[in-house]
Design a binder for this molecule. Structure first.
Ligand SMILES: Cc1cc2nc3c(=O)[nH]c(=O)nc-3n(C[C@H](O)[C@H](O)[C@H](O)COP(=O)(O)O)c2cc1C
Length: 330
């Protein structure tokens, strides 16, 4: 590459990094969680997760998490004063109540001030009634878990393939995507903050407008019955170390979504969003997703045809991928 081209490439790289960093600085809650309901809800989920995790440890510390219980109550009160109470606030309070119940059962003393905070919140904001939110601990028997596993895990994994020849749109039912997204919601996410989203487009006009911004769908994208744009919200991230966490959480969510679609007998193909900042900005002019969200990937979805002809995409040898007993530095 010649000198001028190298400089142009480097300038483009720096521009894209700066633009990513600007988004993170502007929307994440590095400077505190109290700026909007999304940041506050992420804060509530993060703290609630610390409580539920504390209870799920082999030997929970007696009376753990009392400081966090106070912080959750304060955050919920602040949110409920300003914005409509959402499920996250209810989950937060339900987790607090489950933790206080556990502490009481273990004979922990001095919980009255915290219980009073909870009672006050419930009195002031009846919508916080947590009766629908199942929080705290869950016990599953091993045999029930085994019952739910696929009889041939390899068959399930190996039969998924990126599909680039879709069946007819008339066979497509958008409710299948709803089912798949509901399953993908079970993906692990950092401190259970659940910041990923799936924007679903199923009109041919919208599909065409979306796909013209993407560079890997030529020759098949327009045959898809739906395009999903997977995003993750930086407003739920809170520290420098989480600057790439949106991509981790979003990638996991996208992968779960693709496996869920596979389990529901739908064909899918991920479509890269490996775009520099100016192309990402051009897409957002057509598709007004919130500025706080980063685009992870697009997914083309459609019914499976009777014969599925797909690229084999051979895999590297296992030994290239799995390194067992890797020697640590002396
Ligand atoms: C994030 C991501 C982006 C991708 N983007 C494209 C794309 O733009 N166009 C395409 O045809 N395939 C795309 N793929 C599909 C890959 O080519 C495919 O997953 C890989 O070759 C392995 O094949 P398999 O999915 O059939 O197992 C993408 C896959 C991933 C994970």
């Amino acid at each position: 590459m010649g000198g001028v081209n190298t400089l142009k490439t480097l300038a483009g790289l720096i521009y894209s990094y700066v633009s990513d960093a600007r988004r993170f600085w502007r929307y994440s809650y590095m400077r505190g969680p109290y700026s909007n309901q999304r940041t506050l809800q992420a804060h509530v989920l993060r703290l609630s997760h610390a409580l539920e995790k504390g209870a799920a440890l082999p030997n929970p510390r007696a009376g753990f998490g009392t400081e966090k219980i106070g912080q959750i109550c304060d955050a919920i009160g602040y949110s409920a004063e300003r914005w409509p109470v959402g499920e996250v606030e209810r989950i937060g309070l339900a987790t607090v109540e489950a933790t206080l119940a556990l502490h009481r059962a273990n004979g922990v003393q001095g919980l009255e001030p915290l219980q009073a905070k909870v009672d006050q919140l419930k009195q002031r904001f009846p919508a916080l009634d947590a009766s629908n939110a199942a929080a705290g601990l869950l016990t599953i028997s091993r045999s029930d878990l085994v019952q739910s596993l696929p009889s041939s895990p390899e068959a399930f994994f190996h039969s998924r393939t990126s599909v680039r020849q879709f069946g007819a749109r008339t066979e497509f039912d958008v409710s299948t995507i709803e089912r798949a997204v509901a399953m993908a919601q079970k993906s692990p996410s950092v401190c259970n903050r659940q910041l990923s989203r799936a924007y679903v487009f199923s009109s041919p006009d919208a599909i065409e407008r979306i796909l013209k911004h993407q560079d890997g769908n030529k020759g098949f994208g327009s045959d898809a019955s739906a395009i999903i744009v997977v995003t993750t919200d930086t407003s739920g991230m809170y520290k420098t170390g989480e600057r790439n966490q949106t991509y981790v959480d979003g990638g996991l969510f996208a992968m779960s979504l693709v496996y869920a679609l596979h389990a529901l007998c739908q064909g899918s193909c991920m479509l890269n969003w490996s775009q520099p900042a100016h192309k990402d900005a051009a897409f957002r002019k057509d598709c007004p997703i919130p500025g706080s969200e980063v685009i992870i990937t697009l997914i083309a979805v459609g019914p499976l045809p009777d014969q599925i002809v797909s690229a084999r995409s051979p895999r590297r040898p296992l030994g290239d991928v799995m390194i067992a007993d890797f020697a640590l530095n002396a």
